[in-house]
Design a protein around this ligand. Structure first.
Ligand code: ZN
Length: 151
């Protein structure tokens, strides 16, 4: 018997920063906003068929507080305003001292950080989180990877 699989897949991509530094209402840090593209495609047997949805997300590059951009606004940003004036690295820490023994205990030994490579400032975004949470953040922020260092 032959099985076909049909489904949806989403792809996210960090496109750059735009505009002036603005203070984030959630984390209080002042940085240029990120623009992230979230694309959803229909798939048939792992073959992308057609796009179902394309959204542009305006995001705080520190805490990922975000909103969906209007289509016209997103187009304008993409064509005229993207820049790379920020130099930020999102990374994780695996706190070995917080490792729990036993297979049924929750994985809450990770932390999410953002480093400002210009000033050297390191900002703690979330603590007591799991590696799954870090994977989700990687996807949501449209990053290729979030390196996790052992501490
Ligand atoms: Zn923020």
């Amino acid at each position: 018997m032959i099985y076909f699989t049909y489904g949806k897949k989403s792809f996210t991509k960090f496109l750059g920063y735009f505009g002036e530094k603005t203070e984030c209402p959630q984390c209080g840090k002042s940085y240029c906003r990120s623009l992230v593209r979230h694309n959803t495609w229909a798939h048939f047997d792992e073959i992308p068929l057609f796009p179902i949805r394309c959204q542009y997300i305006i995001m705080c590059p520190i805490c990922a507080n975000s909103k969906v951009a209007e289509k016209a606004e997103a187009k304008k940003i993409v064509s005229e305003q993207l820049h790379m004036n920020e130099d930020l690295t999102v990374y994780g820490k695996d706190i070995i001292a917080k490792h729990q023994k036993g297979i049924f205990t929750a994985d809450t030994s990770k932390e999410l950080w953002v480093r400002d490579n210009k000033t050297g400032e390191e900002i703690l975004v979330a603590e007591g989180i799991s590696s799954m949470h870090i994977k989700k953040q990687k996807k949501y922020r449209g990053l290729k990877e979030i390196k996790v260092t052992k501490e």
